[in-house]
Design a protein around this ligand. Structure first.
Ligand SMILES: [Zn+2]
Length: 165
């Protein structure tokens, strides 16, 4: 089931749009967190949490240019990515990951060629079929834009190898 909704975003619809609230009938839903976002050839999906703590899936149709809401999606097959383990990333690890980047796709352009979740994977030393969900917003230290797990970033001084002790 999907429903057309009006969505207010930061940024343009084509580059790095981040939904901040959506409207359904007369109700306004403020988004407190983008828990996940990913793109398919036809659409961009945002898994969001509202200030009321509810989860929704917003879909931006890349050819129709319209938003739809997929409500109460917990358990929705759209999110079922078999073989993938979801890891919730806490504030400390987020901070550590942020400190390891020099900039993001907004301020570094093509220099930013690594997904932010690769940095998180390094911080947590979790390499493999993992998907990371940040528990609070992360911001680029260089331009202060919001970083999602899928934002391209430029690592500080190249790759680091961490050996667990
Ligand atoms: Zn930046």
């Amino acid at each position: 089931m999907s429903l057309r909704v009006i969505v207010e975003t930061y940024g343009s619809y084509t580059v790095n749009a981040v939904p901040i609230r959506f409207f359904m009938d007369d109700d306004e839903f403020d988004i407190s967190l983008i828990e996940d976002r990913w793109q398919t050839p036809n659409a961009e999906y945002f898994k969001v949490r509202t200030t009321e703590g509810k989860h929704y899936l917003l879909r931006w149709d890349l050819s129709q240019h319209e938003w739809t809401l997929h409500s109460s999606f917990d358990g929705n097959e759209l999110l079922a990515r078999p073989g993938t383990e979801l890891i919730v990333v806490g504030p400390k690890a987020i901070q550590e990951a942020v400190s390891r980047i020099a900039g993001c796709e907004s301020c570094r352009g093509n220099q930013a060629n690594l997904r932010f979740d690769r940095i998180i994977a390094d911080v947590l030393d979790k390499h493999g079929p993992y998907e990371f969900i940040v528990t609070e917003p992360a911001y680029c230290q260089n331009c202060r834009r919001t970083l999602t797990e899928k934002t391209f970033v430029e690592p500080q001084g190249g790759f680091e190898v961490h050996i667990a002790s």
